[in-house]
Ligand binder design. Structure first.
Ligand code: LLP
Length: 404
């Protein structure tokens, strides 16, 4: 993904041409980047030989899931919908883990029937429900318990999950009680301790603290967990400033931890696998003069890409074709939706823009399309994948007729 003679190319394809063929807005993914990310992840964690389950919530496109599965990853799912998609994409049940605070009876039954690797339970009520279903099916089900380690991930508060005020996992006290309960159950195998403290974590320290909490609680349980699922959360470099989580450092501390507890490690990365492999190509509809800035009104909006509106997240915005002229006014990039938060970024410095120019929103591969909606009765965009010098549509643009 780079400029050549001032034109932005994705794996050799000119963005201008992509937009002409597939119209805008369009989510465009690079298979090459995805494969590199997976290779990089595997290389960094090779010393601990983990089972890596891609967090399907980050991107649940079936063709991408199929590619991710073929590259050796399993899946971390949080609903029957995600589980079905993972299975349909060819990911084997013995590489699937199921997380989430509110799995219904129907979802648990289905997961048990499919014999997935683990159900990571998040409450006493859920454990009792699993036991009831297992008993009725005369089965012994593999379960994990998700611990809330009360660890601050030092990330955006909206995507922090490991503090005691967050709804996820169970407290240490409850964890010890549940461990005892499951050990004596005829219908459950206690296989795993799981945690996930948050997302877009850039610093190693929260992970260090989390592992310290786990060391203590494992000692207290006096139980050998076959698996320890450390969740995901590895942050990526959205600002292009070389600040991302040092995976190598993380793997070194996990290696020590793994050796101490003689266990298998599971990871559930989402963003670090797919985040930087997607770009949203959008076109300027109008440029409107405002009081102190010009509004650049794009044909993509918060329904297509929600992260800036929902978390105030910042994504790099770049032109498809570079020019030499500099605008003398601040540009605010917005969508057409009737909400003031439908805004992608405010840029004081940007090249001079014109209506119909193409604009690229970077690093939208994770929590982009998967968070999109039909708000304002807007059809969802098309998704395309560039692989081996070919472009294919991996999800058609929604049809307005279907919506109406
Ligand atoms: N495992 C569990 C149990 C999770 O809840 C999550 C994310 C992951 C793994 C994957 O985390 P990752 O490696 O992608 O950071 N929509 C937000 C992110 C929400 C993350 C929710 N859980 C965003 O756009 O930043």
């Amino acid at each position: 993904m780079r400029y050549k003679s001032k034109k932005f190319l994705i794996d050799g394809f000119n963005v201008d041409k992509i937009a002409k063929t597939y119209k805008t807005p369009v989510y465009c993914y690079s298979f090459k980047r995805l494969r590199e990310n997976i290779k990089d992840f595997k290389k960094n964690f090779k010393r601990i030989n983990p089972l890596t389950c891609f967090s399907v919530k980050a991107n649940s496109n079936k063709i991408l899931l199929n590619e991710i599965g073929k590259l050796g990853l399993g899946a971390d799912v949080v609903s029957i919908g995600e589980l079905l998609k993972a299975l349909k994409s060819g990911i084997k049940p013995n590489k699937i883990v199921f997380s989430g605070v509110g799995k219904t009876k129907n979802e648990l039954s289905f997961a048990i029937e499919k014999k997935i690797l683990l159900i990571n339970a998040e409450s006493k009520s859920e454990i009792l429900e699993i036991e009831k279903i297992a008993k009725s099916k005369k089965r012994k089900v593999n379960v994990g318990i998700r611990l809330n380690p009360n660890t601050d991930a030092k990330t955006l508060s909206q995507i922090s999950t490991g503090k005691k005020e967050n709804k996820f996992g169970v407290s240490e006290k409850r964890f010890l009680e549940l461990t005892k309960y499951i050990r004596h159950s005829k219908y459950m195998n206690l296989k795993c301790l799981s945690v996930h403290i948050g997302s877009q974590i850039l610093d190693i320290k929260p992970y260090e603290k989390m592992l310290m909490v786990l060391n203590k609680i494992i000692k207290k349980t006096n139980y050998h967990f076959e698996y320890i699922d450390l969740g995901g959360g590895m942050g990526i470099d959205y600002k292009n400033s070389n600040k991302k989580l040092n995976l190598k450092k993380y793997s070194l501390i996990v290696k020590k931890f793994k050796e101490k507890h003689k266990t298998k490690i599971i990871f559930e990365p989402g963003r670090s696998i797919i985040g930087n492999s997607g770009i949203l190509i959008t076109k300027i509809i109008y440029i409107k003069e405002g009081h102190k800035k010009n509004f650049v009104i794009l044909d993509a909006a918060m329904n297509d890409f929600m992260r800036p509106a929902l978390y105030n997240a910042r994504h790099r915005i770049i032109p498809a074709i570079k020019n030499e002229s500099q605008s003398n006014k601040t540009y605010e990039f917005v969508g057409p939706i009737c909400e003031s938060t439908d805004k992608f970024s405010t840029n004081k410095k940007f090249q001079k823009l014109h209506e119909n120019d193409l604009i690229l929103i970077c690093d939208v591969g994770a929590y982009g399309m998967s968070l999109s909606s039909n708000y304002n009765t807007r059809p969802k965009p098309v998704e395309i994948l560039i692989k081996n010098s070919k472009i294919k549509i991996i999800n058609k643009r929604q049809n307005l007729k279907d919506l109406i």
